[in-house]
Write a protein that binds this ligand. Structure first.
Ligand SMILES: *Cc1c(COP(=O)(O)O)cnc(C)c1O
Length: 403
């Protein structure tokens, strides 16, 4: 992997912040966008902006072909059996809400849902709303000090009352890679479906939805070099057919009269209204971009960055890393004794270094550790060892100033 060459694809990496070269370590919140992806958006608006699936005219057909072509790229990337099992959404949050809303019609009082202690709020709150509506119960797989799910406890939660299990593939707050094969197989053994939130895994791990035998897999383009406002809901054909539509409107119907409306086939049943056409096309381009580098190459390089940064940060007296799972993606959550994470983050920003501070939309994890939040540095394949050196120096400087 030629990181120097790769960095040239990302215009934003050339800018300065507070008079220093930008060091962008907030990749778990959103990734940066390469020129190749930006160009697909410009090209769409400059050359063939039109509504899809509707017109017989040339522009509409070009737009439809590009959008459906992107759907096929996503299908191939995740190895879905059919393109119509790939539903475009505005992102992970939207995809989860499509499933949780549909499940309102599939659940009865006393049914059970299982979530993990490691979830992003977007995979907690929609389910709490669903439980309030239906009388279903939400059970939680606990975690240990290392930030690893306690699988014995999962075994005990599973029963024939379990209808759906939803966990993330990778924790955005700690980087833990969860044992999703085991989670999926055990859920299926009691007749439950499984939804995997892949938002944090997608930049690092290529999921094969057929090999996983997962019922639903959701992710956002903006975590994997694509634009914001576009994501995907993969669902097995049978699962998606069982799920009622989320929104009513244009595009999602077969026939409409004032007496009765019949719904369109997949994927259109879940794609009411004019979608984010340019975003969908750019999502396809983002997958082309990372696949040209190779997901295995990306994972290997990021693992080296993670090891290097973890060893360097641990030399700082009083620094504690949260989340030390044996299998982790390139995320380091840490605090320094006696210093608020926000104060470290502010000083790093003054030095041009972008990290995230706070609860990372995962307050239950912070409550588990009894902390208000952490400083989170998250790496991508366009980051360098020199940038990590700059961050480690900046943290040392911050500690000197604040302690
Ligand atoms: C980013 C993220 C989400 C939310 O994604 P949106 O694009 O904001 O909908 C959900 N889960 C995880 C694990 C994430 O990292």
């Amino acid at each position: 992997m030629n990181v120097t060459k790769i960095r040239k694809d990302f215009p934003v990496l050339n800018r300065e912040v507070n008079g220093r070269p930008l060091v962008y370590f907030d990749n778990a919140a959103t990734s940066q966008t390469p020129t190749q992806v930006i160009n697909t958006i410009v090209d769409y608006y400059e050359n063939y902006n039109a509504n899809i699936h509707r017109g017989v005219h040339a522009l509409s057909q070009e737009a439809t072909d590009a959008y459906e072509g992107a759907r096929q790229k996503i299908q191939k990337h995740f190895n879905a059996a059919h393109p119509y099992e790939v539903i475009f959404t505005s992102g992970t949050t939207h995809a989860i809400n499509i499933i949780s809303s549909g499940y309102a019609e599939l659940l009865k009082e006393g049914d059970e849902l299982i979530v993990s202690a490691l979830e992003h709020h977007s995979n907690i709150v929609p389910w709490q709303m669903l439980c309030q509506k239906t009388g279903a119960l939400l059970k939680v797989i606990p975690m240990n000090e290392d930030g690893v799910l306690i699988m014995d406890a999962y075994d005990e939660l599973l029963s024939d009352r379990t209808k759906l299990v939803f966990v993330n593939h990778v924790s955005n707050a700690l980087g833990t890679v969860n044992p999703i094969e085991e989670i999926i197989n055990k859920a299926h053994a009691v007749g439950a479906e499984v939804l995997i939130d892949g938002a944090q895994a997608s930049p690092h791990i290529k999921a094969d939805v057929q090999a996983l035998n997962v019922d639903y897999y959701v992710t956002s383009a903006h975590k994997i070099c694509g634009p914001t406002g576009i994501g995907v809901l993969y669902g097995k054909e049978a699962a998606l057919n069982r799920l009622p539509p989320y929104q009513g409107g244009g595009e999602m119907i077969a026939e409409v009269t004032f007496e009765k409306t019949t719904y369109a086939d997949l994927p259109h049943k879940f794609e009411a209204g004019t979608p984010n056409i340019a975003g969908g096309i750019a999502f396809g381009a983002a997958l082309d971009y990372v696949n040209a580098i190779g997901m295995e190459n990306i994972a290997k390089y990021e693992a080296e960055l993670l090891t290097y940064a973890t060893l360097a940060l641990k030399q700082i007296p009083g620094l504690k890393v949260y989340g030390v799972a044996p299998e982790k993606t390139a995320v380091i959550s840490f605090n320094v004794e006696g210093i608020h994470p926000y104060d470290i983050g502010s000083i790093l920003d003054k030095l041009g270094i972008a990290v995230r501070t706070g609860h990372h939309c995962a307050q239950p994890i912070m409550d588990f550790y009894k902390i208000p939040g952490t400083v989170r540095a998250s790496f991508s394949f366009y980051n360098t060892f020199q940038e990590i050196d700059a961050m480690v120096d900046a943290v040392k400087k911050a500690v000197q100033m604040l302690q």
